[in-house]
Each structure stands twice: as C-alpha cells, then as structure tokens.
Design a protein around this ligand. Structure first.
Ligand code: NAP
Length: 160
C-alpha cells in the first residue's frame, strides 16, 4: 500500500488504496456520489456574490447553476463572452457573464477590473478555469520540449 504516515495515522494516496478514517476526526456526510444540490440543500445564498471561472461546461457550469439556484449572484467566465452568456442563459437565477482568457494578461486585468466594478466583494471564488488552463499550457509547453512550468494560481472555493 502506498501512502504517508502522519502521527500514527495512515493517509492513503489516491492510487486506488482505501482511505482509513482517523479516530475522532469529524467525517463529512458527503462523498464522491454527492451532488451539488445535495451539498447545498437548505443553504440560502441570497445576497452572496460568487465568481466561477470556467462556467461553460463540466464542474464549472454545474457549480454556477446550483449556486444561482440557491440565490447567489454568480459571475461566470469563459474565453468567449458569447459562450459565457449562453451558459448564463441556461441557468435560473442572477448571473453575469464575463470574458476571461487566462493566457492573456490584458484579459485577466479586464476581468478583474469588471469584478472590482461590482459594488460588492466576492464571497466565493471558484477558480475552475485555472487548472484547465494550467493543464493545457503544461502540455503545450511539454510538447515544445521545455522544462519550464507555469502555475497560474491555485483552485479555491469557499462559502462565506
Ligand atoms: N469534472 C470533475 O469531476 C473534476 C473533479 C475534480 C477536479 N476537476 C478539475 O476542475 C477543472 C475543470 O474541470 P471540468 O471537467 O469542468 O473541465 P471542462 O469541462 O473542460 O471546463 C473547463 C472550463 O475552463 C474554461 N477554460 C479552459 N481554458 C481556459 C483558458 N485558457 N482561459 C479561461 N478559461 C478557460 C473553459 O471555458 P471556455 O472553453 O468556454 O473558455 C471551461 O468552461 C479541471 O482542471 C479539472 O481537473 C474536475
């Protein structure tokens, strides 16, 4: 079994081994089969502002959909404003589309300024496009035989 031992507790790696719960540590009632709707059930996000980068597909779209369903105002980004608008149009609730291309610093600054222009600091930053962009940059850099790596940031999410 691969894994690390921390203070006597075996923490399994993600390589298909069983995770062993630590004694006395609270367990989340949610698991890999839990849905966003189940996890947010009963939570009223009215008045909260969320920013979801990469809102047009996959986990980003579902995150935007459910946060808006729970009452949050969601700013959703895509490399294409038209695609962001189309994604927002498929969601019930209050959403605002913005253009964001992570490989273009001017686009990042314009997006940040647009968010800053909203008269409310974001309560939630859910940065799903960062990893997608980093992955595609890494593979394109690797294909150009360079060892330089690029990290745009870290993915984070929180409900304040
Ligand atoms: N799906 C899962 O179950 C899961 C689980 C854990 C972690 N993740 C991670 O979460 C991230 C999203 O996964 P996903 O499955 O939802 O991926 P996805 O369907 O490919 O969505 C990626 C999103 O990122 C946007 N994007 C891609 N490149 C971009 C760039 N250069 N600049 C700005 N936006 C860009 C895309 O928007 P446009 O194409 O509209 O620009 C799209 O909305 C991935 O990094 C994945 O590793 C996913």
């Amino acid at each position: 079994m691969s894994g690390a031992s921390i203070a006597g507790v075996t923490v399994a790696s993600c390589a298909g081994t069983d995770k062993i719960p630590a004694e006395g540590v609270p367990r989340s009632p949610y698991g890999e089969d839990s849905t966003a709707e189940e996890v947010t059930e009963g939570i009223d996000l009215t008045g909260k502002l969320a920013v979801v980068t990469g809102c047009t597909s996959g986990i980003g779209f579902e995150t935007m959909r459910v946060l808006a369903m729970r009452g949050a105002w969601v700013v959703g980004t895509s490399r294409s404003l038209e695609k962001a608008q189309a994604a927002c149009d498929r969601v019930q609730g209050t959403t605002t589309p913005l253009q964001l291309e992570l490989s273009d610093p001017d686009s990042i600054i314009a997006c940040a300024n647009a968010i800053r222009g909203i008269n409310q600091p974001p309560d939630m930053l859910i940065l799903l496009a960062i990893l997608a962009a980093a992955a595609s940059r890494s593979s394109s850099m690797a294909s150009r035989n360079t060892s330089r790596s690029i990290t745009w940031g870290t993915s984070s999410s929180s409900i304040a």
